[in-house]
Design a protein around this ligand. Structure first.
Ligand code: AMP
Ligand code: MG
Length: 419
C-alpha cells in the first residue's frame, strides 16, 4: 500500500493546533448573566445594553461660586457701571433652591448648587461686590447660560450608556453609578478549580526530599487565571490515585464553573487524569501538533468544562495561552479572545520539531527597524525560567527545521515589554 501523504500541520495521530482550539471553543459558552453590584461587576462584560432612564445631569447647576441672576439684568454691567441687585437668598448644594430669582434680584450660589428658577446666568464671586445692606454690585454681564451646567448635557434618557458586549472598566463604573444602575447584568467571572496531580509534588513551602518537586503549576495557573479575570479556587496537590482525584473534583464541584488540572494526561501508567475520566467518555485525550503542550485532555465533568493540561510547567503555560485563556474569556462573554501578534525578526536560529508548531519563548523588543525576538533559552518544556524571562511566544510553523536568525516570525505577546 502506498504511504499516505504527510500533512505537516497534522502528522498522523496529531491534531492541528487550530482544530484543537476550535474543538475547545466550540464546546464553551458564556456563563449565564447575573446582576452584580458595581464593584463585583468591574471587569465583566454586560450582557444587554444598559439604557439611561433619565437625563444627566438631572438638574442645571452652577459651575462657579457667585450669584445666580437674570442675564437681562446684567447685560450692560461693567466695573465702572455695575448692575446693582437685591440679594434674595442662597442656593445651596444638595438642596432645592428656596425661592426664585426675579427681575432686579440675585441669589448667592455655590458650585454644584441647582440654578434657581428665573435665573439663567451665574456671575462669579470675583466680579461681585457685596454691600452691607443686602445688595450686590455685579461688575460683569456674561451672556445667558454662562457658568451654568445645563440639565441633560451629558446623557439623554434612552441613550445607551454601555452597549451589550462591552467590558466594564473604571469609566463605565462611574457612568453606571451616576446614572443609577447599581447592579448591571453581566457575565460573571468563572470560578475555576485548580489542582496539580503527582506523587512527586510538594507544596512550595516545603523542602523536597530527593526526587520530589515543588508544585509550580498551581501558582502558575492561579496567576494566569487572575490575569484573565477568572476566580481561581485552589484545590491543591492530588496524588496519582484515581479515587483521590475523583473525590477532590466532586468535593469542589459545587463551587466550580470549570476545572483545570495539570499532569497525568500522557501515556504513562500513572496517568491519573486519563484513568479517572477516560472511560466516562466525557473527557477526550488527544495529542496536539505543538511543542510544548502536546498531550491535552478536554471535556466536561458534571457538565462543567474540564481542562486536563500536561505536567511540565512550560507546557502548562503554553496550554494556558493557547487553549485555556480564550476559553475563559469566552465564558466571560468576551469576543476578542486572542493575544495580539507582532511580526518580529529572530536574533538567533530557532530549531523546530518537524511536524509540530513550536511555541518558542522569546523576549520581544521594539527596535528602530521593527520588532526583534530573542530566544530566552533552550526548548525543554520543564525550563520555566525561559518563560519568566519572556514576553512572547514565537510561533515556528510545523515543518520548519530551523528558523534562521534574521528571518521573521509571528509572535503572540503575553505581556507588554514594560511589565
Ligand atoms: P506528567 O505528565 O504528570 O507525567 O508530568 C510531566 C512532568 O511534569 C513530570 O516531570 C512532572 O514531575 C512534572 N510536573 C507535573 N506536575 C507538576 C507541577 N505541578 N509542578 C512542577 N512540575 C510538575
Ligand atoms: Mg504526573
Amino acid at each position: 500500500m502506498a504511504a499516505q501523504p504527510h500533512d505537516h500541520d497534522a502528522p498522523e495521530g496529531l491534531l492541528a493546533v487550530e482544530e484543537a482550539r476550535e474543538r475547545v471553543l466550540g464546546a464553551i459558552h458564556p456563563l449565564a448573566p447575573l446582576r452584580l453590584p458595581l464593584t463585583d461587576a468591574y471587569g465583566c462584560v454586560v450582557s444587554e445594553d444598559v439604557v439611561a432612564t433619565h437625563d444627566l445631569p438631572e438638574f442645571a447647576s452652577s459651575a462657579m461660586d457667585g450669584f445666580a441672576v437674570r442675564a437681562s439684568d446684567v447685560a450692560d454691567a461693567t466695573p465702572s457701571q455695575p448692575a446693582d441687585l437685591k440679594i434674595v437668598g442662597r442656593a445651596l448644594i444638595g438642596h432645592e433652591p428656596e425661592g426664585t430669582v426675579g427681575a432686579g434680584e440675585a441669589m448667592h450660589i455655590a458650585t454644584g448648587a441647582p440654578i434657581p428658577g428665573g435665573a439663567d446666568v451665574v456671575v462669579p464671586i470675583e466680579n461681585a461686590m457685596v454691600d452691607g445692606d443686602g445688595r450686590v454690585r455685579l461688575l460683569d454681564g456674561p451672556a445667558a447660560g454662562t457658568h451654568v451646567r445645563p440639565h441633560g448635557e451629558d446623557v439623554h434618557e434612552g441613550d445607551v450608556l454601555v452597549p451589550a458586549g462591552k467590558r466594564l472598566g473604571a469609566p463605565e463604573l462611574g457612568l453606571l453609578a451616576i446614572a443609577g444602575h447599581p447592579t448591571p447584568l453581566v457575565h460573571p467571572r468563572p470560578r475555576v478549580v485548580v489542582l496539580s496531580t503527582g506523587d512527586e509534588l510538594v507544596s512550595p513551602s516545603e523542602t523536597p526530599a530527593f526526587g520530589q518537586v515543588r508544585d509550580a503549576n498551581s501558582a502558575l495557573i492561579f496567576g494566569a487565571l487572575r490575569e484573565m479575570g477568572a476566580m481561581p479556587v485552589m484545590a491543591g496537590i492530588v496524588r496519582d490515585d484515581v479515587e483521590s482525584l475523583r473525590e477532590t473534583i466532586f468535593s469542589f464541584e459545587i463551587q466550580a464553573d470549570a476545572f483545570v488540572s495539570s499532569g497525568g494526561v500522557s501515556v504513562g501508567e500513572r496517568d491519573v487524569v486519563k484513568a479517572a475520566f477516560f472511560r466516562r467518555g466525557d473527557v477526550d485525550f488527544y495529542k496536539v501538533a505543538m511543542q510544548p503542550g502536546m498531550p491535552q485532555g478536554f471535556g466536561h465533568v458534571e457538565g462543567k468544562p474540564y481542562f486536563g493540561l500536561p505536567g511540565n510547567p512550560v507546557s502548562v503555560f503554553v496550554s494556558l495561552e493557547v487553549f485555556l485563556r480564550p476559553a475563559i474569556l469566552k465564558m466571560m462573554g468576551r469576543t476578542h479572545l486572542f493575544r495580539p501578534e507582532v511580526t518580529a525578526t529572530l536574533t538567533e536560529d530557532v530549531r523546530g520539531p518537524r511536524g509540530k508548531l513550536q511555541y518558542a519563548r522569546v523576549e520581544v523588543r521594539r527596535e528602530e527597524g521593527g520588532w526583534s525576538a530573542a530566544p530566552t533559552g533552550a526548548r525543554g518544556s520543564n525550563l520555566i525560567s525561559t518563560v519568566a524571562r519572556a514576553n512572547g511566544l514565537a510561533m515556528i510553523p510545523a515543518g520548519t527545521d530551523v528558523a534562521p536568525a534574521g528571518s521573521t516570525v509571528k509572535v503572540m505577546l503575553f505581556r507588554s515589554s514594560e511589565d
